[in-house]
Design a protein around this ligand. Structure first.
Ligand code: GLU
Length: 510
């Protein structure tokens, strides 16, 4: 790798809607590479296709990157030395290069109208504008220079197309795939500049990568077929020496490995594909994102990193800092990576276990507020979190796992206690309630030994008296260690719940 050049990489999404997890992985790999080499990570918004532009998508992309903690050093929002970072704002800079290519014989004006091209498509269902037919179409190669000039002077609309060479082998040295070769005859004469004066992606990406001094391009494998056009443009514009090194990242595949993972697969199989919730501004439809599903950004970033990369060991859990240290292009695989949602959940579970309580308390507070609990104090919340942390796949599971710490049971699993209820049990609990009212110290271990000694003294079986106690406190057969629950609830609340529960049990037994 040539590191004499300062490392500058870019993430170049088009603002067309929700950000697919594959897009975030591309951003992540660019970011890791930049950080690892002390380089810069640029966000460039590729919005030259006005027909696909969606309002709000650009801000959404920036929010997604911020959520993941992979913020760009240069971007439309934060600026930088190579701006503007939005292609529509760079519009005036592209035409001269398209014209230069025409002047040098590498591109040509094409005057064919939309109707003429439609007629061609009707005649030839596989119509492509290429070396095979360009001399039969209406362009500055087929017309005489005077005819072409006349059309230009008359203001006839035109596009500028690249003149693909015939039978040339175009090779690129990909950091992941090694040498990849293309037959130039197989690629059509792509439009470089559109009739409205906007560049197409192909021209804009090359001009911008050059002007922004991009040293390495990490992008999805779906762009590999466009690479020969880009390489020719680097060459034809006289910039070959400055051409970045390429890395085409493996596709992210459907769980069964059959093709690229799409948003539709997520809808069909019930998992998110976008980083964050995306609301289509036209239809108002919301597509669920990883963030809203309850993924921690650390988990999301981690699971993306191992889609197509590993560090050569069995390690799967990596912090962003570890990834910066360990990332290597040599260990990115060529083969597509299957997306496995169960595995994604496992990552989240592991990251919740590792997460810093202080960082997630505000989110839990919000969750409680949504469920009508507004007065939980942070110390209590942190104690409860410690008890249930190991049981959470998603943060919102906290409510299901821990709601009883914040409100009394709505009802009781009477079926589990009622058939074996007895007056001895009623007596045991009445006595226990009286003793607990004065018991000290109110700690889990002390409560447990005290309670168990009392069971032994009663001559009844352990399970016979443990389960009712749990059901009094939480309503059912769930939750963490019952004495931990009692310790957290505190004396007053524990005793109150025992009284209410006992009342319900004895009534049901009659
Ligand atoms: N605008 C392209 C996209 O939406 C960028 C492709 C590239 O990185 O060259 O993914």
């Amino acid at each position: 790798m040539d590191f004499n050049k300062k490392v500058r990489v870019r993430f170049a999404p088009s603002p067309t809607g929700g950000l697919h997890l594959g897009g975030v992985r591309t951003a992540l790999f660019n970011y890791l590479f930049a950080r690892q080499h002390g380089g810069s990570f640029v966000l460039r918004i590729e919005d030259t296709d006005q027909t696909r532009f969606v309002p709000g998508a650009e801000a959404y992309i920036q929010d997604c990157l911020a959520w993941c903690g992979i913020e760009p050093d240069e971007s439309p929002e934060h600026g930088g030395d190579y701006g503007p970072y939005r292609q529509s704002d760079r519009k005036p800079s592209y035409r001269q290069y398209a014209e230069q290519l025409v002047a040098d014989g590498y591109a040509y004006y094409a005057f064919d109208t939309a109707e003429e091209l439609d007629a061609q498509r009707k005649l030839h269902p596989n119509f492509r504008y290429s070396h095979e037919n360009r001399l039969q179409l209406r362009n500055s190669l087929s017309l005489s220079p005077a005819e072409a000039r006349q059309l230009l002077d008359a203001g006839h609309p035109y596009v500028i197309r690249i003149k693909m060479p015939i039978d040339e082998t175009i090779s690129l040295d990909d950091m992941i795939r090694g040498t990849v070769s293309f037959d130039s005859s197989l690629t059509d004469d792509k439009v470089l500049l559109k009739a409205d004066g906007m560049p197409t992606y192909h021209l804009a990406v090359v001009v911008d990568d050059y002007q922004m001094a991009i040293s390495h391009v990490f992008r999805g494998e779906e762009w590999l077929p466009s690479a020969p056009v880009h390489i020719l443009l680097w060459e034809y514009l006289g910039w070959r020496e400055a051409m970045p090194q390429w890395a085409h990242l493996p596709l992210i595949l459907k769980p069964d490995g059959n093709g690229k993972l799409s948003k539709r697969d997520g809808d069909r199989l019930g998992f998110p594909v976008y980083a964050m919730n995306w609301q289509d501004p036209k239809t108002g439809t919301i597509t669920k994102g990883f963030r809203e599903m309850g993924f921690l950004p650390e988990a999301f970033v981690n699971l993306l990193a191992i889609l197509g990369w590993n560090d050569g060991s069995d390690q799967e859990l990596f912090t962003l800092d570890e990834l910066i240290g360990k990332f290597s292009t040599e260990r990115i695989s060529k083969a597509g990576a299957k997306f496995d949602f169960e595995k994604a959940k496992w990552f989240n579970h592991e990251w919740i276990k590792r997460s810093d309580d202080q960082a997630i308390l505000p989110r839990l507070n919000a969750l409680l507020a949504n469920n009508g609990i507004r007065d939980a104090n942070d110390k209590y919340l942190a104690d409860v979190l410690a008890l249930v942390k190991d049981r959470l796949t998603f943060l919102p599971d906290f409510w299901e796992q821990a709601s009883f710490f914040f409100k009394r049971p709505d009802g009781y699993d009477l079926a589990s206690v009622q058939p074996r209820w007895s007056s001895e049990k009623t007596a045991f609990f009445l006595d226990m309630i009286a003793k607990l009212e004065n018991f000290d110290p109110w700690h889990s271990a002390e409560l447990e030994s005290f309670y168990k000694l009392a069971i032994q003294a009663s001559g009844m079986k352990m399970g016979e008296l443990m389960l009712p106690f749990r059901i009094m406190l939480v309503g059912g057969k769930f939750g963490p260690h019952v004495f931990d629950i009692a310790a957290s609830l505190g004396r007053e609340e524990t005793v109150a719940r025992m009284k209410i529960g006992l009342e319900a049990f004895t009534q049901a037994a009659h």
